[in-house]
Design a protein around this ligand. Sequence first.
Ligand code: URA
Length: 408
Amino acid sequence: MNIINIIEKKSLGKELTYEELSYAFNGYLKEKIEDYQMSSLLMAIVINGMTFEETRNLTDIFIKSGKVYDLSSIGEVIVDKHSTGGIGDSTTLVVGPIVASCGVKMAKISGKGLGITGGTIDKLQSIPKFNVYLSKMEFLENLKTVGFVDSSQTDDLVPMDKKVYNLRNNSGTTKSIPLIVSSIMSKKIASGADIILIDIKVGNGALIKTKTDAKLMSDWMKKIGTSYNKKVVTIISDMNKPLSNSIGNLLEVEEAMNVLKGKDCALLETSREIASILISLAKKITKEEALEEVDNAIKSKKAYKKFLEFVSSQGGDISKIKIKANIKVVRSKESGILKAINAEKIGELALKLGAGKINDRQKIDYSAGIKLFKNVGDRVEKNDVLATLYTNKHINLSNDDVNCFIVE
Ligand code: URA
């Protein structure tokens, strides 16, 4: 077997065997296969796709690259959630504390930003001193005592996803159903939860562009979950406009805290939906009963307090959060109705401002990002502030950079 034959086979659209996938991906993990060879194989997968069988095999190879956590010693049903990626999507930071404050434990492995989509790990790392690289013991201990734990992939836990994920981000190979499914499902299965909710984002600001692809992804994720004795539920949600009015790592942490303190917005709605599904499945109660618990947790500030406990349990210091950036104002050029806020363009703009990165030489600026001041459907007058941009870069923004807003 050799890597060139495997790349060429996939470039012709042929199905790879378990052994061939294992040779390529384990070889890459062990540094016997170069970045350029793996990116070539990944691109062949993006272009030609993979069968369900190949995707399930790749998921298995990812899982076996590290340990699989056994959470049975906790003696409770453990839940998890994952988003396929969007703009302004900080639901994990809201859902985790809500669910844990309602007495349901959530064990989560998150990822960094991928393409224009944000990543929970970057958001957590924007909190000074927050530790996303937990040992197995720390992971279990925090799950037991706090009820919500969130870690990155490590050398122990799906190390293959950690390495391939970074390469995908830097090589334009993010938008592939089999690669997304194996990346997400390997993390979900390795971290040991019993009930897994996947929020499949669809739209111009998501990695998945069509409902047909989202349905296929949902089907494959459920089938893979079942083969590992996991209950997988999916929701399919819109990502043609940003989920919240804050885009960028620290801005999203602040927004998640506002939502946990009761701010009413789309991010709250999505978080209520996800949290109530997880709680109803874990506690075997109706969704209405679960929603009542969710609303009480927010109203009583139990969920917000749980967020603070979660942050300090992983070493983070909320009091040290400081957004340091230059602010530029984007105003409406005309009066009318705000017809659209294009999520893809907002994501590209956030990347340009420094909120994400496209190669390993770049560093994320945690303060960079965008705050939106109008929602789709709002009436706006000429010169009204549509957004403020936070950046530490010296960039000249063209009209094209800020054409995310359609006012008619
Ligand atoms: N989230 C992941 O963890 N992996 C992907 O490929 C996409 C979103």
